[in-house]
Design a protein around this ligand. Sequence first.
Ligand code: UT7
Length: 331
Amino acid sequence: MAGEFRSKIAGIGSFLPEKVLTNFDLEKMVDTNNDWIVERTGIKTRHIAEPGVATSDLALQATQKALKMAGMTPHDLDMIIVATVSPDQMMPSTACTLQAKLGCRNIVAFDITAACSGFVYGLSVADQFIRTGMFKNILVIGGEVLHTLVNYEDRETCILFGDAAGAWILSATDASYPNIIMSSHLHADGNLGDLFVLPAGGSKIPFSQEVLDNKTQFVRMKGREIFKNAVRTMTECCHEALRANNVNPKDVDWLVPHQANLRILESVASHFEFPTEKVVVSLHETGNTSAASIPVAFDMAFQEGKIKRGQLILLAAFGAGLTSGSLLLRF
Ligand code: UT7
Protein backbone atom coordinates (compact mmCIF):
# COMPACT_ATOMS: atom_id res chain seq x y z
CA MET A 1 0.00 0.00 0.00
CA ALA A 2 1.24 3.50 -0.82
CA GLY A 3 3.24 5.23 1.89
CA GLU A 4 4.63 2.11 3.55
CA PHE A 5 7.77 1.74 1.47
CA ARG A 6 10.88 3.84 1.03
CA SER A 7 14.06 3.39 -1.05
CA LYS A 8 17.35 2.41 0.52
CA ILE A 9 20.58 2.42 -1.47
CA ALA A 10 21.49 -1.26 -1.53
CA GLY A 11 24.53 -0.97 -3.77
CA ILE A 12 26.59 1.53 -5.72
CA GLY A 13 29.33 1.25 -8.32
CA SER A 14 31.10 3.30 -10.95
CA PHE A 15 33.37 2.80 -13.90
CA LEU A 16 35.85 5.04 -15.72
CA PRO A 17 37.45 3.92 -18.99
CA GLU A 18 41.20 3.39 -18.73
CA LYS A 19 42.33 5.90 -21.37
CA VAL A 20 43.06 9.38 -19.98
CA LEU A 21 43.00 12.64 -21.93
CA THR A 22 45.04 15.31 -20.14
CA ASN A 23 45.02 19.08 -20.51
CA PHE A 24 48.48 18.71 -22.08
CA ASP A 25 47.03 16.36 -24.70
CA LEU A 26 44.36 19.00 -25.46
CA GLU A 27 47.06 21.68 -25.83
CA LYS A 28 48.20 19.75 -28.90
CA MET A 29 44.67 19.59 -30.34
CA VAL A 30 43.22 23.12 -29.86
CA ASP A 31 44.38 26.62 -28.90
CA THR A 32 44.26 26.14 -25.12
CA ASN A 33 46.62 25.52 -22.23
CA ASN A 34 46.71 23.61 -18.96
CA ASP A 35 46.78 26.77 -16.80
CA TRP A 36 43.64 28.22 -18.44
CA ILE A 37 41.71 24.96 -18.11
CA VAL A 38 42.70 24.39 -14.46
CA GLU A 39 42.07 28.01 -13.46
CA ARG A 40 38.69 28.34 -15.25
CA THR A 41 37.30 24.82 -14.69
CA GLY A 42 39.41 22.84 -12.16
CA ILE A 43 39.62 19.96 -14.66
CA LYS A 44 42.98 18.22 -15.16
CA THR A 45 42.07 14.97 -16.87
CA ARG A 46 39.06 13.17 -18.31
CA HIS A 47 38.61 9.49 -19.18
CA ILE A 48 37.77 8.52 -22.76
CA ALA A 49 36.28 5.22 -23.94
CA GLU A 50 38.00 3.34 -26.74
CA PRO A 51 36.31 3.35 -30.17
CA GLY A 52 33.40 0.92 -30.25
CA VAL A 53 32.86 1.01 -26.49
CA ALA A 54 29.30 2.18 -25.85
CA THR A 55 27.42 3.60 -22.89
CA SER A 56 25.91 0.19 -22.07
CA ASP A 57 29.44 -1.27 -21.81
CA LEU A 58 30.44 1.28 -19.17
CA ALA A 59 27.05 0.83 -17.48
CA LEU A 60 27.56 -2.94 -17.33
CA GLN A 61 30.86 -2.54 -15.47
CA ALA A 62 29.34 -0.10 -12.97
CA THR A 63 26.29 -2.35 -12.50
CA GLN A 64 28.39 -5.41 -11.71
CA LYS A 65 30.05 -3.51 -8.85
CA ALA A 66 26.69 -2.25 -7.54
CA LEU A 67 25.19 -5.76 -7.70
CA LYS A 68 28.17 -7.14 -5.77
CA MET A 69 27.79 -4.53 -3.03
CA ALA A 70 24.05 -5.21 -2.84
CA GLY A 71 24.63 -8.99 -2.76
CA MET A 72 22.27 -9.40 -5.72
CA THR A 73 22.24 -10.96 -9.16
CA PRO A 74 20.68 -9.41 -12.29
CA HIS A 75 17.67 -11.70 -11.70
CA ASP A 76 16.80 -9.72 -8.57
CA LEU A 77 16.20 -6.53 -10.58
CA ASP A 78 12.63 -5.39 -11.34
CA MET A 79 13.43 -2.34 -13.44
CA ILE A 80 16.35 -0.60 -15.19
CA ILE A 81 16.51 3.15 -15.78
CA VAL A 82 19.43 4.55 -17.77
CA ALA A 83 19.94 8.31 -17.72
CA THR A 84 22.02 9.33 -20.71
CA VAL A 85 22.36 11.80 -23.58
CA SER A 86 24.78 9.46 -25.38
CA PRO A 87 22.75 6.26 -25.77
CA ASP A 88 24.25 3.28 -27.62
CA GLN A 89 21.78 4.09 -30.39
CA MET A 90 18.49 5.99 -30.70
CA MET A 91 16.52 2.75 -30.58
CA PRO A 92 16.30 0.42 -28.71
CA SER A 93 17.01 2.13 -25.41
CA THR A 94 20.36 1.66 -23.71
CA ALA A 95 18.42 0.27 -20.73
CA CYS A 96 17.10 -2.57 -22.94
CA THR A 97 20.58 -3.20 -24.32
CA LEU A 98 21.94 -3.33 -20.77
CA GLN A 99 19.11 -5.63 -19.72
CA ALA A 100 20.17 -8.09 -22.45
CA LYS A 101 23.85 -7.86 -21.47
CA LEU A 102 22.96 -8.52 -17.83
CA GLY A 103 20.71 -11.45 -18.73
CA CYS A 104 17.80 -10.17 -16.62
CA ARG A 105 14.37 -11.72 -16.72
CA ASN A 106 11.45 -9.91 -18.40
CA ILE A 107 11.49 -6.58 -16.55
CA VAL A 108 10.85 -2.88 -17.22
CA ALA A 109 13.70 -0.97 -18.90
CA PHE A 110 13.82 2.55 -20.31
CA ASP A 111 16.07 5.59 -20.78
CA ILE A 112 15.69 9.09 -19.40
CA THR A 113 16.93 12.20 -21.18
CA ALA A 114 17.47 14.98 -18.69
CA ALA A 115 21.13 15.63 -19.57
CA CYS A 116 23.33 16.28 -16.54
CA SER A 117 20.30 16.12 -14.20
CA GLY A 118 19.48 12.67 -15.56
CA PHE A 119 20.72 10.65 -12.61
CA VAL A 120 18.71 12.67 -10.07
CA TYR A 121 15.69 12.42 -12.40
CA GLY A 122 16.24 8.64 -12.63
CA LEU A 123 16.54 8.19 -8.86
CA SER A 124 13.39 10.23 -8.34
CA VAL A 125 11.40 8.13 -10.83
CA ALA A 126 12.71 4.90 -9.29
CA ASP A 127 11.84 6.15 -5.81
CA GLN A 128 8.22 6.74 -6.87
CA PHE A 129 7.91 3.12 -8.11
CA ILE A 130 9.30 1.88 -4.80
CA ARG A 131 7.08 4.14 -2.67
CA THR A 132 3.96 2.82 -4.40
CA GLY A 133 5.06 -0.75 -3.69
CA MET A 134 5.16 -1.61 -7.38
CA PHE A 135 8.84 -2.66 -7.52
CA LYS A 136 11.42 -3.89 -4.99
CA ASN A 137 14.83 -3.55 -6.67
CA ILE A 138 15.57 -0.89 -9.27
CA LEU A 139 18.85 -0.28 -11.08
CA VAL A 140 19.48 3.38 -11.91
CA ILE A 141 22.39 4.25 -14.19
CA GLY A 142 23.96 7.53 -15.18
CA GLY A 143 26.16 6.67 -18.14
CA GLU A 144 27.80 8.58 -20.95
CA VAL A 145 30.25 8.19 -23.80
CA LEU A 146 30.23 11.94 -24.27
CA HIS A 147 33.41 12.24 -26.32
CA THR A 148 31.42 11.08 -29.36
CA LEU A 149 29.25 14.22 -29.08
CA VAL A 150 32.15 16.65 -28.73
CA ASN A 151 33.91 18.61 -31.46
CA TYR A 152 37.63 18.36 -30.72
CA GLU A 153 38.14 21.55 -32.73
CA ASP A 154 35.95 23.60 -30.34
CA ARG A 155 38.08 24.62 -27.37
CA GLU A 156 35.08 25.88 -25.36
CA THR A 157 33.50 22.44 -25.11
CA CYS A 158 36.17 19.81 -25.78
CA ILE A 159 38.08 20.63 -22.58
CA LEU A 160 35.07 19.89 -20.39
CA PHE A 161 33.66 16.46 -21.08
CA GLY A 162 34.57 12.84 -20.29
CA ASP A 163 33.12 9.33 -20.33
CA ALA A 164 31.95 7.32 -17.31
CA ALA A 165 29.10 5.38 -15.75
CA GLY A 166 27.68 5.12 -12.26
CA ALA A 167 25.08 2.68 -10.95
CA TRP A 168 22.86 2.61 -7.89
CA ILE A 169 20.49 -0.15 -6.84
CA LEU A 170 17.50 1.11 -4.88
CA SER A 171 15.64 -1.45 -2.76
CA ALA A 172 12.31 -1.22 -1.02
CA THR A 173 12.51 -0.99 2.73
CA ASP A 174 10.11 -0.31 5.56
CA ALA A 175 9.37 3.42 5.95
CA SER A 176 10.78 3.32 9.50
CA TYR A 177 14.27 2.30 8.25
CA PRO A 178 16.59 5.27 8.84
CA ASN A 179 18.80 5.12 5.72
CA ILE A 180 16.48 6.09 2.89
CA ILE A 181 15.86 8.60 0.12
CA MET A 182 14.04 11.33 2.01
CA SER A 183 12.85 13.50 -0.87
CA SER A 184 13.56 14.58 -4.42
CA HIS A 185 12.73 17.80 -6.25
CA LEU A 186 12.87 18.10 -10.05
CA HIS A 187 12.62 21.15 -12.31
CA ALA A 188 12.88 22.07 -15.99
CA ASP A 189 12.81 25.37 -17.87
CA GLY A 190 12.54 24.66 -21.59
CA ASN A 191 12.71 28.38 -22.37
CA LEU A 192 16.45 28.14 -21.69
CA GLY A 193 16.86 25.11 -23.96
CA ASP A 194 19.03 26.90 -26.51
CA LEU A 195 21.88 27.39 -24.02
CA PHE A 196 23.12 23.83 -24.48
CA VAL A 197 22.08 21.87 -27.56
CA LEU A 198 22.94 18.81 -29.62
CA PRO A 199 21.30 20.05 -32.84
CA ALA A 200 21.36 17.07 -35.23
CA GLY A 201 20.37 13.43 -35.16
CA GLY A 202 16.75 13.90 -34.11
CA SER A 203 13.60 14.45 -36.17
CA LYS A 204 14.28 18.18 -36.63
CA ILE A 205 17.69 17.78 -38.25
CA PRO A 206 18.15 14.15 -39.37
CA PHE A 207 21.64 13.03 -40.31
CA SER A 208 22.84 14.19 -43.74
CA GLN A 209 26.01 15.34 -45.44
CA GLU A 210 25.02 18.90 -44.45
CA VAL A 211 25.07 17.86 -40.79
CA LEU A 212 28.63 16.59 -41.13
CA ASP A 213 29.69 19.70 -43.08
CA ASN A 214 28.22 22.02 -40.41
CA LYS A 215 29.31 19.78 -37.53
CA THR A 216 25.83 19.95 -36.00
CA GLN A 217 26.25 16.40 -34.72
CA PHE A 218 28.29 17.95 -31.89
CA VAL A 219 27.18 19.87 -28.78
CA ARG A 220 26.85 23.68 -28.88
CA MET A 221 27.01 25.62 -25.64
CA LYS A 222 26.65 29.16 -24.32
CA GLY A 223 29.07 28.55 -21.47
CA ARG A 224 28.79 31.77 -19.51
CA GLU A 225 24.96 31.71 -19.53
CA ILE A 226 24.94 28.09 -18.41
CA PHE A 227 27.36 28.96 -15.64
CA LYS A 228 25.03 31.63 -14.22
CA ASN A 229 21.94 29.46 -14.45
CA ALA A 230 23.78 26.48 -12.95
CA VAL A 231 24.70 28.44 -9.83
CA ARG A 232 21.18 29.86 -9.49
CA THR A 233 19.26 26.60 -10.01
CA MET A 234 21.53 24.34 -7.96
CA THR A 235 21.48 26.79 -5.05
CA GLU A 236 17.67 26.96 -5.21
CA CYS A 237 17.43 23.15 -5.38
CA CYS A 238 19.66 22.77 -2.31
CA HIS A 239 17.52 25.17 -0.30
CA GLU A 240 14.34 23.48 -1.50
CA ALA A 241 15.51 20.02 -0.37
CA LEU A 242 16.48 21.18 3.09
CA ARG A 243 13.35 23.29 3.59
CA ALA A 244 11.13 20.32 2.64
CA ASN A 245 12.81 18.16 5.29
CA ASN A 246 13.30 20.87 7.89
CA VAL A 247 17.05 20.20 7.83
CA ASN A 248 19.79 22.72 8.57
CA PRO A 249 22.78 22.91 6.12
CA LYS A 250 25.14 22.17 9.03
CA ASP A 251 23.46 18.75 9.48
CA VAL A 252 24.33 17.72 5.91
CA ASP A 253 27.52 15.63 5.83
CA TRP A 254 28.21 15.95 2.09
CA LEU A 255 26.92 17.87 -0.89
CA VAL A 256 27.44 15.85 -4.08
CA PRO A 257 26.78 18.27 -6.95
CA HIS A 258 26.91 17.75 -10.69
CA GLN A 259 30.60 18.02 -11.60
CA ALA A 260 30.66 20.74 -14.27
CA ASN A 261 33.17 23.37 -13.18
CA LEU A 262 34.97 23.91 -9.87
CA ARG A 263 34.01 27.59 -9.88
CA ILE A 264 30.33 26.63 -10.21
CA LEU A 265 30.66 24.30 -7.20
CA GLU A 266 32.45 26.95 -5.13
CA SER A 267 29.85 29.54 -6.04
CA VAL A 268 26.95 27.21 -5.11
CA ALA A 269 28.65 26.43 -1.78
CA SER A 270 29.09 30.14 -1.11
CA HIS A 271 25.45 31.04 -2.00
CA PHE A 272 24.17 28.03 -0.03
CA GLU A 273 26.47 28.98 2.88
CA PHE A 274 27.90 25.47 2.89
CA PRO A 275 31.55 24.64 3.71
CA THR A 276 33.51 23.87 0.53
CA GLU A 277 35.39 21.05 2.31
CA LYS A 278 32.06 19.18 2.54
CA VAL A 279 31.46 19.46 -1.23
CA VAL A 280 32.47 16.27 -3.07
CA VAL A 281 34.71 17.13 -6.04
CA SER A 282 35.94 14.63 -8.61
CA LEU A 283 35.92 16.77 -11.76
CA HIS A 284 39.69 17.35 -11.63
CA GLU A 285 40.04 13.68 -12.62
CA THR A 286 36.85 13.01 -14.59
CA GLY A 287 35.80 16.28 -16.21
CA ASN A 288 32.06 16.72 -16.74
CA THR A 289 30.50 13.29 -17.35
CA SER A 290 26.90 14.57 -17.54
CA ALA A 291 24.45 12.01 -16.12
CA ALA A 292 27.33 9.91 -14.76
CA SER A 293 28.91 12.71 -12.78
CA ILE A 294 26.95 12.45 -9.51
CA PRO A 295 27.11 8.65 -9.07
CA VAL A 296 30.79 8.61 -10.09
CA ALA A 297 31.71 11.45 -7.68
CA PHE A 298 29.66 9.74 -4.95
CA ASP A 299 31.35 6.37 -5.48
CA MET A 300 34.84 7.88 -5.59
CA ALA A 301 34.18 9.64 -2.26
CA PHE A 302 32.77 6.38 -0.84
CA GLN A 303 35.83 4.39 -2.00
CA GLU A 304 38.10 7.04 -0.46
CA GLY A 305 36.30 6.60 2.87
CA LYS A 306 34.88 10.14 2.89
CA ILE A 307 31.23 9.20 2.40
CA LYS A 308 30.09 6.66 4.99
CA ARG A 309 26.94 4.68 5.65
CA GLY A 310 24.44 6.58 7.79
CA GLN A 311 25.52 10.05 6.62
CA LEU A 312 23.10 12.71 5.41
CA ILE A 313 23.84 13.53 1.78
CA LEU A 314 22.44 16.10 -0.60
CA LEU A 315 22.64 15.59 -4.38
CA ALA A 316 22.20 18.63 -6.64
CA ALA A 317 22.14 18.72 -10.42
CA PHE A 318 21.56 20.99 -13.41
CA GLY A 319 21.85 20.34 -17.11
CA ALA A 320 20.65 20.97 -20.63
CA GLY A 321 16.93 21.61 -20.84
CA LEU A 322 17.54 23.46 -18.63
CA THR A 323 16.84 20.79 -16.06
CA SER A 324 17.72 20.79 -12.39
CA GLY A 325 17.00 18.78 -9.28
CA SER A 326 18.02 17.74 -5.80
CA LEU A 327 17.70 14.65 -3.67
CA LEU A 328 18.26 14.29 0.07
CA LEU A 329 19.14 10.88 1.43
CA ARG A 330 20.54 9.14 4.44
CA PHE A 331 23.05 6.69 3.02
O1 UT7 B 1 26.78 20.29 -17.67
C1 UT7 B 1 26.60 21.55 -18.24
C2 UT7 B 1 27.63 21.75 -19.28
N1 UT7 B 1 28.19 23.03 -19.42
C3 UT7 B 1 28.79 23.74 -18.44
O2 UT7 B 1 28.82 23.38 -17.30
C4 UT7 B 1 29.49 24.99 -18.85
C5 UT7 B 1 29.46 26.06 -17.81
N2 UT7 B 1 30.35 27.12 -18.16
C6 UT7 B 1 31.70 27.05 -17.92
O3 UT7 B 1 32.17 26.11 -17.32
C7 UT7 B 1 32.54 28.21 -18.37
O4 UT7 B 1 31.71 29.23 -18.86
C8 UT7 B 1 33.58 27.81 -19.46
C9 UT7 B 1 34.65 26.93 -18.84
C10 UT7 B 1 32.92 27.08 -20.60
C11 UT7 B 1 34.27 29.06 -19.99
O5 UT7 B 1 34.88 29.76 -18.92
P1 UT7 B 1 34.62 31.34 -18.75
O6 UT7 B 1 35.42 31.78 -17.61
O7 UT7 B 1 33.12 31.55 -18.68
O8 UT7 B 1 35.24 31.89 -20.07
P2 UT7 B 1 34.57 32.84 -21.17
O9 UT7 B 1 33.58 32.05 -21.99
O10 UT7 B 1 34.10 34.09 -20.51
O11 UT7 B 1 35.81 33.15 -22.09
C12 UT7 B 1 36.91 33.94 -21.61
C13 UT7 B 1 38.01 33.89 -22.67
C14 UT7 B 1 37.48 34.13 -24.09
O12 UT7 B 1 38.45 34.88 -24.78
P3 UT7 B 1 38.30 36.47 -24.94
O13 UT7 B 1 37.01 36.68 -25.69
O14 UT7 B 1 38.27 37.03 -23.56
O15 UT7 B 1 39.51 36.83 -25.73
C15 UT7 B 1 37.41 32.77 -24.68
O16 UT7 B 1 37.52 32.75 -26.08
O17 UT7 B 1 38.61 32.59 -22.69
C16 UT7 B 1 38.60 32.10 -24.04
N3 UT7 B 1 38.53 30.66 -24.01
C17 UT7 B 1 39.60 29.87 -23.88
N4 UT7 B 1 40.91 30.12 -23.78
C18 UT7 B 1 41.75 29.07 -23.65
C19 UT7 B 1 37.41 29.88 -24.05
N5 UT7 B 1 37.75 28.58 -23.97
C20 UT7 B 1 39.10 28.55 -23.88
C21 UT7 B 1 40.04 27.51 -23.76
N6 UT7 B 1 41.33 27.82 -23.65
N7 UT7 B 1 39.66 26.21 -23.73
